[in-house]
Design a protein around this ligand. Structure first.
Ligand SMILES: Nc1nc2c(ncn2[C@@H]2O[C@H](COP(=O)(O)OP(=O)(O)OP(=O)(O)O)[C@@H](O)[C@H]2O)c(=O)[nH]1
Ligand SMILES: [Mg+2]
Length: 297
């Protein structure tokens, strides 16, 4: 091991939908986190471990920081803040747009952090090059002293530069996890997330927010020949249940087929997936439900 081995937690933070989970997957080189064009996709902290000869990087994907109204939103923000408290270093992601009012509200708080901050301007594949320079200087003005890295989490441009900057700023420490570990999440949790991602993909408006997934049975006694999984998709109202099941069960069938493919890739095993849709009235407002679904402390 080199003398100055480095290791630490890096929190990926920012407003909803800026691409934190896409960046986590890109950094880790695996699909660990689910992503979607809908805001509030991520609901819990997720650890992704990257091993380098000179460093072990412990990335924390976090829920987008948003207005903490409602019990679920409050617990999302709490999860993000908890990751922040764990972090040795913060990577703050922004859209490739000039700083807005919200950024200005956050600025003083980010400055008060007593740990290094890196600003990432993500999604640069969506802006013309000449528009990038003024953006960089606008953020530089807001965060003097912080490295500013333009990047495309989707295509990978700028990711090597970000890695190098992070390694520079990490504390010297021996590795905290074994070199073959990728995350501390259970396969059960990652499975539930992959199902939820497929639901988000097929639904719109309030349904994505009203959905929670729980794996009730995960039978791996015949692995790798077969893993039998039974999962429940919870929604808040009967009407949502009808939409999710679809005409002659078509929607649920499509969700199940796609999710099964993803879960098989995750587990490296054949999967039999049984999906049920159940109504849990207003679960998002119910602290008991949030606890049962693993969404609160
Ligand atoms: N064009 C482009 N799209 C991106 C990039 N990074 C992420 N996206 C897209 O932006 C959307 C949101 O990405 P996510 O990674 O789910 O965003 P997030 O910040 O984790 O969102 P929350 O978990 O809801 O807070 C998805 O549709 C991504 O494909 C990028 O570099 N370029
Ligand atoms: Mg996310």
């Amino acid at each position: 091991m080199p003398e100055e081995f480095k290791c630490g937690y890096i929190a990926l933070m920012g407003f909803p939908n800026v691409g934190k989970s896409t960046l986590l997957n890109r950094l880790v080189g695996e699909k660990l986190a689910i992503t979607s064009p809908k805001p509030q996709t991520t609901r819990q902290r997720l650890l992704g471990i990257v091993n380098r000869p000179e460093a072990q990087l412990l990335f924390l994907d976090t829920p987008g920081v948003l207005d903490p109204k409602g019990a679920l939103n409050a617990s999302l923000v709490a999860a993000a803040l908890k990751a922040l408290a764990e972090a040795d270093l913060v990577v703050w992601l922004v859209e490739p747009r000039p700083p807005a009012a919200d950024d200005r509200v956050l600025l003083p708080q980010l400055r008060r952090l007593d740990r290094p901050l890196i600003m990432v301007i993500n999604k640069i594949d969506t802006v013309a090059k000449p528009r990038l320079l003024p953006l960089i200087s606008a953020y530089h003005e807001m965060f003097p002293g912080a490295p500013i890295i333009p990047l495309s989490a989707l295509l990978g441009d700028g990711v090597a530069e970000l890695m190098a900057e992070i390694v520079k700023l990490l504390p010297a420490s021996p590795p905290l996890y074994p070199p073959d570990q990728e995350t501390d999440s259970t396969e059960r949790f990652l499975t539930a997330e992959l199902i939820r991602e497929r639901v988000l993909h097929h639904t719109s408006e309030e349904i994505p927010h009203a959905v929670a997934v729980q794996v009730e049975e995960f039978d791996e006694s015949r692995r790798p020949h077969l893993v039998r999984i039974r999962a429940v998709i919870f929604v808040e109202r009967n009407s949502q249940k009808g939409i999710l099941i679809g005409k002659q069960g078509r929607m649920l069938k499509a969700i199940g087929a796609e999710a099964r493919g993803e879960i098989e890739a995750l587990l490296g095993a054949k999967v039999f997936l049984e999906l049920w849709v159940k109504v849990w009235k207003n679960w998002r407002k119910d602290p008991k439900a949030l606890r049962a679904l693993g969404l609160q402390g």
